[in-house]
Design a protein around this ligand. Structure first.
Ligand code: HEM
Length: 460
């Protein structure tokens, strides 16, 4: 069997290069080896694909290529042994199906007003004429949105308890300590809550206790009006027809929380960067928003074509994840002229596919118009991955991105702190937000009327 060509440096050196400059590394690989290349991880070949034909095979050849959970074992200390990422086959499919109703359609639409209010609440806390970092600010917004969507909580003592605890859990999950502990198992020792691993374990125990209390209360008092994910899961049955246990329900939350908060915050921070860097884009967006008049219905906002194109372009140019989660070749399959044998690991490169000149002319330029001029297939534009592990939060995420951006743009006048600074993505967990956290300044708040005119005048 001949594998696609690839770099010969040691896995350690390649991993270091990737960590230092992930996108530069990917660009260099694609310049040298083209659409498909192999990186040897010890004796296991990892094949990276960025050609839509190959991507389609990875997502659709369900018999030959599976979304094996064991490939994600490295994340088990973070998301648990039975989280969505660790599952595969029937159990994985079934759990995903349970998540679909509360994360789609009218259920998500019901959160529209709330998302706009949350964005205003967090932005109103910022001081005028002072600088702030956009990434942690947006994280506060996305944490509140995910608390609403997953647990249906937006005020009260239980909400405050969850908010505080999750905020600590998620900050630790992004810290270098956790990354080190995942790489070096000997660091995973609980030496009391002053030690990093002990602190993390302690937070997890507190989270479990809180979640189990909430689960018990919801089981005892069913409320048919609740539309959140937890309320759906506590009365769901597993793939064998048995009621889901408290542990089964609990296990689904860490991946949802991490995916839900961090990826959305990364995407919205990039949006803020691009629209404050590119005046024409900002003006066109403001004009489009103005066509809706005062206090528009959130459903009309999310249907705006240019706003949708801007969100897509932000997800294209710097996707929140550079590659899909890994897939495993289970039986021989030909991909792009190469016969891949069982045991080979394959990943779609979201970033490199989005950088293809044949699909996206001048790929390093931010040009939302391309999404108005052309329809892309799910194998050409794949910010949410695809196939068996396609992001279950996609609908909520796009809804949230559009509403948060529309709210911020129409109610606040912001500027980049350093307009000349070119932001680069940096890995934080699996996501790639701007390395600096994106320093911005709040110049002022705007009345609800005539906002675009004022913004355009004051920024000239
Ligand atoms: C802009 C925001 C988001 C982006 C760009 C994004 C992107 C992705 C990508 C690329 C994957 C991997 C897909 C694959 O390997 O084929 C993924 C998986 C996942 N995402 Fe998202 N995501 C976002 C928001 C969310 C939200 C809001 C949630 C939760 C409500 C979520 C939960 C998950 C979960 C649980 C998985 C793993 C799915 C599985 O293993 O079956 N994500 N996401």
């Amino acid at each position: 069997m001949k594998l696609p060509d690839g770099p010969k440096a040691s896995p350690r050196s390649l991993s270091r290069q990737f960590k230092t400059d992930p996108l530069g590394f990917m660009d260099a690989m694609s310049d040298r080896y083209g659409d498909i290349f192999t990186i040897m991880a010890g004796s296991t070949p990892l094949v990276i694909v960025s050609n839509p034909r190959g991507i389609k095979q990875i997502f659709t050849s369900a018999k030959e290529i599976t979304a094996s959970g064991k490939l994600n074992q490295g994340s088990a200390p973070l998301v648990g042994n039975n989280g969505l990422l660790m599952l595969d086959g029937l159990r994985h499919k079934h759990r995903r199906q349970l998540l679909m109703p509360p994360l789609h359609g009218t259920r998500v639409q019901a959160y529209g007003q709330r998302i706009c209010q949350v964005a205003e609440k967090i932005m109103n806390d910022l001081a005028i004429a002072k600088s702030f970092y956009a990434y942690p600010t947006v994280q506060k917004i996305t944490l509140e949105v995910i608390l609403q969507a997953l647990f249906g909580l937006h005020s009260g003592e239980r909400y405050e308890q969850f908010r505080r605890l999750l905020s600590n859990l998620l900050s630790f999950a992004r810290s270098p300590w956790l990354g080190l502990s995942l790489s070096y198992p000997f660091l995973r020792q609980d030496l009391g809550s002053l030690s990093p691993w002990g602190y993390w374990q302690n937070l997890q125990r507190q989270f479990d206790k809180l979640l189990y209390t909430e689960i018990e209360e919801r089981r005892a008092q069913a409320d048919p009006d609740r539309t959140d994910v937890l309320s759906e899961l506590v009365f769901a049955h597993d793939e064998t027809g048995q009621p889901m246990s408290n542990e089964d329900v609990r296990d689904l939350f860490p991946s949802l929380l991490l995916g839900g908060q961090d990826a959305s915050a990364t995407a919205i921070t990039w949006l803020l960067y691009w629209i404050h860097r590119l005046r024409d884009v900002r003006e066109r967006l403001l004009e489009e928003l103005d066509t809706l008049g005062e206090s528009p219905d959130p459903m009309r906002i999310v249907a705006l074509p240019y706003l949708s194109a801007v969100c897509n372009e932000a997800l294209r140019i710097y996707p929140t994840q550079v590659v899909t989660f890994p897939r495993l070749v289970e039986s021989p399959i030909e991909v792009m002229g190469y016969e891949l044998s069982p045991g080979t690991v394959v990943r779609g490169s979201i970033y490199l596919t989005h950088q293809r000149e044949d699909l996206y002319p001048q790929p390093k330029e931010f040009k939302p118009e391309r999404f108005l001029e052309r329809q892309y297939s799910p194998y050409e534009f794949l910010p949410f991955g695809g196939g068996a592990r396609r992001c279950p939060g996609e609908v909520l995420a796009l809804f949230e991105m559009k509403l948060v951006l529309a709210t911020i743009l129409s109610r606040y006048q912001l500027a980049l702190f350093d307009e000349k600074r070119v932001e680069k993505p940096k890995a934080r967990g699996v996501n790639y937000p701007p390395a600096s956290g994106l320093k911005m300044v709040l110049l002022g708040q705007l009345p609800r009327q005539g906002r675009s005119q004022q913004l355009i005048t004051s920024s000239t």
